[in-house]
Write a protein that binds this ligand. Structure first.
Ligand code: URA
Length: 187
């Protein structure tokens, strides 16, 4: 599958019940050849309405976090584990994550990132390992099928609990160091 066929197929997906309540499929945004990919959990209300990931309040904070280390929506790719909004902003169910996984798998096959940054616990448990503990394991590097992976606190968690922001600043510096070490694009 190439990017355009993947996009078209994803836009009309009906593999799970989230398709019944969505306004828009939130495919993802950014470079198709990004070396750094951010993966959140699933669209919220604003993302569902606008069809773009992280455009609400936590998205504003994510933009600010990325800007600290010269990242933005044009030099990375941002996606979610599930592409349609779970009603009431609940966590996506395991069955919904499984139903949606081929889309993200295909995107990552085409993008071939060097670094994947999981945003929050749900994404890290899915991408890195099921027993991932965000309070203990954030900012640590894991290697998965040749890709360097780490997790940050979810921006929504940082909005709720600003006391965690200094730790996230340290994690962002760790990410920046890894980018300087292994990425070839000028970030
Ligand atoms: N939270 C997420 O995990 N993803 C989004 O796209 C928006 C909020």
């Amino acid at each position: 599958m190439n990017w355009d066929t993947l996009y078209d197929a994803c836009m009309s997906c009906k593999q799970c019940r989230l398709s019944e309540t969505r306004t828009n499929v939130v495919f993802g945004v950014g470079r198709r050849d990004a070396e750094v990919v951010f993966i959140g959990e699933g669209p919220g209300q604003q993302e569902d309405l606008q069809g773009e990931p992280f455009v609400g309040r936590s998205g504003q904070l994510l933009d600010d976090m990325m800007a600290m280390i010269d990242l933005n929506r044009e030099n990375t790719f941002i996606a979610n584990i599930v592409k349609c909004r779970p009603p009431g902003n609940r966590d996506p169910l395991p069955a919904e994550q499984t139903a949606c996984s081929p889309w993200l798998d295909q995107q990552l096959k085409l993008i071939k990132p060097k670094i994947i940054v999981c945003l929050g616990r749900v994404s890290a448990m899915y991408m890195i390992r099921p027993d991932f503990k965000i309070t203990k394991d954030h900012g640590q590097w894991f290697m998965h099928e040749g890709v360097h992976m780490m997790a940050l606190y979810h921006p929504a968690a940082l909005l709720r609990d600003p006391a965690r922001r200094p730790e996230t600043f340290v994690d962002l510096k760790t990410l920046q160091a890894k980018i300087r070490e292994i990425c070839t694009s000028t970030y």
